[in-house]
Design a protein around this ligand. Structure first.
Ligand code: NOJ
Length: 578
């Protein structure tokens, strides 16, 4: 007997269960936008040095228009020694020469706005570069100085202070403390080149406010806030209870061999609590509540300060990177006087599994709406293995990634795509001698880090670097595997992932079936699900099982794979209007 998504009414009616996904009454742009993350180093290079840059982005805004997204999030372009690919910021109000100039940035914002695109940029309030003037001054000024008080310097343990002040580990592996010449230690939750700021110091607060205003005054539309669950540290910096540092509390920083179903934390420890690995692999989960490094209550006052500043700039928004898995604790970041929005990583943390996806969607919806916010869906970013790879790689991984995109884009709320996701790019492993992620060195060459998901965008042509640069080399290799996945090729192929995403975004923007802020779930065979948007009536069905399923009657708007005898094949999703 054919399995079918059953009980889908032809007119809106009661369903078996419902999740509420409510946007604020007047819905500003950021509550429904499809955003696009540009990883600046890997998007497009204009000057031949093999590193993506601001003019490169500006030259490709037409592509974003073609794609149909409404916002672009640009990763850090600030002056940086690049110990962590720009997340080690030496000057939060400047531009690194390798990316261009302030004028390039102004031109980019103006051009984006002309095209109706909002521009969101990163701020990095948890730490700075060790090359920032503040940290250089802190080293020079010595122990007990006001300069050192902007960071977290402490004396070590033991009679000679030679042991770190506590047992915290760095997200990138190894201890979270480094010792300086005069014997003191400083805290860095990430690389040693990224000293953590002391958020009990007034200069640190004033500096972030200055940075926010600097960019808002230049016309930016908002901020993605890096490690938004970091910043505040517990009084006395106590040792972490045993076992609480096993999961990194941060993006996965994973190996890319996730299809094997083994996840390992960036600190080198086994991710014992990782999501069920299963056939689709898993990722390291968010911070456990007891991990003292993250999600300390003091962080909320910092978000309130940020909100007060942003509220002076109508239309501007904040989007937090909050790796906190407990939905109630996650929701605290979204209270009306804190972040406007936060990425919900529950889909990223889920294998390709209908039950797990449904749980992720429900928990995200409840968390955000319990405090009057709305979810921001994401399947991918520069810190995690690409979906195609997470879901098993090859044709199956691609099919699943396409299906997942349709699920994501059917949901009420905002959604962010990561550059190259719209091309169905897989993560491709980088040779040892080309690896750049600090995780590689910090883990003693046991964790390859995130480079495999950060490779240059393939634009055109049959050979590397596929139009990414006119130079001879690229900062990470452009792999042979991308030859058939270029933008140029996919534009010409009606069945390409790029054209699937374009069509999906266009439908989502223009078709009234996508209205409404709530979804209802329907009965469906095991391994499958279907939900309906209660406002406009769009139905999204996912078949994550292994045999085809019959779809309910209705007109099919879009499918991630061709129907087979009118049925939805395995590893596919469909949009329809009953
Ligand atoms: C999160 C960023 O996404 C990641 O790339 C970076 O390494 C850490 N925060 C530290 O800034």
């Amino acid at each position: 007997m054919t399995r079918a998504v059953n009980d889908v009414p032809t007119t809106p009616g009661p369903a078996d269960d419902s999740a509420t996904v409510q946007a604020p009454v007047t819905a500003p742009w950021w509550t429904t936008a499809v955003g696009y993350q540009v990883y600046i180093r890997s998007f497009a290079d204009s000057d031949g040095n093999g590193i993506g840059d601001l003019p490169g982005i500006n030259g490709h805004l037409g592509y974003l228009e073609l794609l149909g997204v409404q916002a672009v999030w640009i990763t850090p372009f600030y002056p940086s020694p690049m110990a962590d690919a720009g997340y080690d910021v030496a000057d939060p109000r400047g531009v690194d020469p390798s990316f261009g100039t302030l004028s390039d940035l102004d031109a980019l914002v103006a051009s984006a706005h002309t095209r109706g695109l909002k521009v969101v940029i990163d701020v990095v309030p948890n730490h700075t570069s060790d090359q920032r003037d503040w940290f250089v001054a802190a080293l020079a000024a010595g122990r007990g100085s006001p300069e050192r008080d902007r960071y977290l310097f402490r004396d070590g343990k033991g009679s000679d202070g030679s042991r770190p002040p506590n047992n915290w580990t760095s997200v990138f592996g190894g201890p979270a403390w480094s010792r300086v010449d005069d014997g003191q230690w400083y805290l860095h939750l990430f690389a040693p080149e990224q000293p953590d700021l002391n958020w009990d110091n007034a200069d640190v607060w004033a500096d972030l406010e200055r940075t926010l205003r600097f960019w808002l005054d230049r016309g930016f539309d908002g901020f993605r806030i890096d490690v938004a669950h970091g910043m505040a540290k517990p009084e006395g910096l106590p040792d972490a209870p045993e076992g609480t540092l096993a999961a990194s509390g941060q993006p996965t920083l994973p190996r890319t061999d996730m299809a094997e179903g083994t996840a390992t934390a960036a600190d080198g420890s086994a991710a014992a609590d990782s999501v069920a690995a299963g056939e689709s692999g898993g990722v390291v989960p968010s911070a456990p509540a007891a991990d003292p490094r993250f999600d300390n209550d003091g962080v909320h006052d910092i978000h309130r300060m940020i909100r007060r500043v942003i509220d002076e700039y109508p239309g501007a928004t904040t989007l937090g990177e909050v790796w906190v898995s407990d939905p109630e604790r996650f929701a605290r970041y979204l209270r009306p006087d804190e972040l406007h929005q936060a990425f919900d990583f529950s889909l990223v943390e889920s294998p390709f599994d209908a039950t797990r996806f449904r749980q992720a969607i429900d928990s995200a919806a409840v968390a955000a709406t319990s405090v009057g916010s709305n979810p921001v869906w994401t399947l991918s970013n520069h810190d995690v293995p690409r979906p195609v790879t997470r879901y098993g790689g090859g044709a199956v991984g691609t099919d699943r990634a396409r299906a997942s995109l349709l699920v994501e884009l059917a949901l009420p709320g905002a959604a962010y795509l990561y550059n190259g996701e719209e091309l169905g790019l897989p993560s491709v492993e980088v040779p040892d001698d080309k690896l750049q992620d600090p995780t590689w060195e910090r883990s003693g060459h046991t964790q390859r880090g995130r480079d495999a998901s950060r490779l240059p965008m393939p634009w055109e042509g049959d050979e590397p670097p596929y139009g990414f640069t006119e130079g001879m080399s690229t900062w990470l290799p452009a792999p042979a595997e991308y030859a058939t996945l270029t933008v140029e090729r996919q534009l010409d192929d009606p069945g390409s992932t790029l054209n699937l995403v374009r069509t999906a975004i266009e439908l989502r923007q223009r078709n009234p079936a996508f209205s409404g802020t709530e979804i209802s779930w329907y009965g469906a065979p095991s391994g499958c699900f279907a939900f309906r948007r209660d406002g406009g009536g769009l139905v999204c069905a996912l078949n994550a099982g292994d045999t085809p399923i019959a779809l309910p009657p209705g007109s099919v708007l879009l499918t991630s794979a061709p129907l087979v005898n009118g049925e939805l094949p395995a590893n596919a999703a469909a949009w329809l209007i009953p």
